[in-house]
Design a protein around this ligand. Structure first.
Ligand code: SF4
Ligand code: SF4
Length: 495
């Protein structure tokens, strides 16, 4: 499994602000109909079901790994297959029916919402065989108790055949297909166990998904093999028919200090060697990758291609809660389930020090709401360096995922995100466009007007309604959603 594909509830996206009326958009991106990008809605539920004692007080998300770290590929950058060492003695890792049923029952019961989102990953979950998932869907129906069940399934695509895809289409499963761009980018690191490239097999799987009209999105790792080719990667994904694009950074270190016994519980890796493997993306290349794609997208593709980070940025500029844990002030509501029922703090934190217990020994709701897990989530904000606290794009970035906070700030404080320069570049770069889109949404106009704005080099169109758009007054709340006055926020920067 590639870095970061499972940690976040962010990983399976569906966004549609371009498909909604401006009024619907104004009412909230996070309350969209259809497949939301937010596995847990941010609003309090109107209707709660299930015994109160078994419910968590707020929605949470679990990334289930029924095949553990087992995978039929051998991607150079995979951060998950090395987890084999935490389960020594096994040659294969398989979730048994007892754990599966217990998980599904508890997960549904513990959710305070009427909609329940399951996410299956690995390793490679197709290694479990289709019958396992048919059983899972049957258990879901058995325990649904009136709740609506959704499934998202992240796969490398190698084992997908007509039977799998037909079943997914029938069950309404949203499939996330891992593909790193054009063939040479994909095959740089995504190799099978025999060392062969896998791109054509993935494209075959994609064709099957399209033929059966199964819902899918693509997940693309950004690494040393494709970071300098943003437009090629973007156009390729768009042209093969992906409408929903997720990009995640590959950042892996030879010294994984989180695995140390003294790793602590806060999430920030203990100080150690900050070197990264040479397949990791550099912060600068990461920022540049997104900026280049954004510049292309914002002139041509708004409303027809959806890039997860762009949606998340727009949420931030609108002042909505982030739907992606990485950019949220706190986290801790996205845990990981291993094949044997072990629950971990997060998919990024499958380490002995972050094991919360086993759902066959302790109720899942207790593990999720435990003080140690809540403390882990809160520390995302509490451990933010001063440098971040003063940062003008903190409202959108929030310091990123703690896993990558292993560098020093310019004034020497430890705990700055390795990707900081990239984040800063991107969020600053999109600021005028995000402000424009946020203003359009608030004025019940289409955010897709931003394409004209962008083509005009960032000048407001001089037509009809747009002419009436007034610049914000100094004491108005800033449209970026920071909660500050315009004159003390973006207005200060724009002078
Ligand atoms: S540690 Fe927090 S921010 Fe990072 S992936 Fe996990 S839940 Fe998301
Ligand atoms: S851009 Fe950098 S300084 Fe600003 S909040 Fe993000 S990580 Fe911190």
């Amino acid at each position: 499994m590639e870095e970061g594909t499972t940690a976040a509830p962010d990983r399976i996206q569906r966004t549609a602000y371009g498909e909604l009326s401006a009024e619907e958009i104004r009412q909230g991106l996070s309350q969209r109909q259809g497949k939301p990008s937010v596995p847990w809605p941010v609003e309090e539920p109107a209707h709660r079901v299930g015994p109160a004692s078994q419910r968590a007080h707020r929605p949470f998300h679990i990334m289930a790994k029924p095949s553990g770290p087992g995978c039929n590929m051998d991607c150079s950058y995979c951060f998950y297959t090395p987890k084999e060492e935490f389960y020594p003695g096994a040659k294969k890792w398989r979730m048994n029916d007892e754990v599966l049923e217990s998980y599904i029952r508890q997960y549904i019961e513990a959710q305070p919402m009427d909609e329940v989102h399951f996410a299956w990953q690995g390793g490679e979950p197709t290694l479990m065989g289709l019958d396992f998932f048919k059983k899972a869907f049957a258990f879901q129906k058995k325990y649904a108790d009136g709740k609506t069940i959704h499934n998202a399934f992240q796969t490398n695509g190698l084992l997908l055949d007509e039977e799998w895809v037909q079943c997914f289409a029938e069950e309404g499963v949203l499939v996330g297909l891992s593909i790193d761009g054009p063939v040479e980018c994909h095959d740089r690191y995504r190799l099978d166990r025999g060392g062969h490239g896998t791109a054509y097999r993935v494209l075959r799987a994609l064709k099957l998904l399209q033929d059966y009209k199964a819902e899918f999105n693509t997940l693309t790792c950004v690494h040393a093999g494709n970071a300098d080719r943003p437009l090629e990667v973007y156009r390729f994904l768009r042209d093969i028919g992906s409408q929903y694009l997720q990009f995640i950074p590959i950042v892996e270190r030879p010294e994984d200090s989180l695995a140390r016994e003294d790793a602590g519980g806060s999430g920030v890796p203990p100080e150690g060697n900050p070197e990264v493997y040479d397949w990791s993306v550099t912060p600068e290349a990461y920022g540049n990758f997104y900026c280049k794609i954004f510049d292309h997208w914002v002139r041509r593709d708004v409303g027809r291609v959806f890039v997860q980070l762009f949606d998340v940025a727009l949420e931030a500029w609108l002042g909505y809660p982030p739907s992606l844990c990485v950019y949220a002030p706190t986290c801790g509501n996205a845990l990981a389930l291993e094949h044997n029922g072990d629950i971990y703090a997060c998919d990024h934190y499958v380490y002995p020090g972050y094991r919360r217990g086993n759902l066959q020994e302790t109720p899942l709701s207790e593990l999720v709401t435990s003080d140690v897990q809540q403390g882990f989530g809160a520390s995302k904000a509490a451990d933010l360096p001063q440098y971040c606290q003063r940062c003008e794009v903190r409202f959108a970035c929030n310091g990123g995922c703690p896993k990558y906070r292993f560098t020093h700030t310019p004034d020497g404080e430890y705990g700055l995100n390795y990707l900081c320069p990239g984040y800063k570049k991107f969020f600053r770069h999109v600021d005028p466009y995000m402000r424009f889109m946020a203003d359009e949404i608030r004025a019940s106009r289409s955010p897709a007007n931003v394409m004209q704005f962008a083509r005009m080099g960032g000048a407001r169109p001089k037509s009809g309604q747009e002419q009436n758009a007034q610049p914000p007054k100094p004491n108005d709340p800033c449209s970026c959603g920071s909660g500050r006055k315009y004159k003390k926020c973006c207005g200060a920067r724009n002078r």
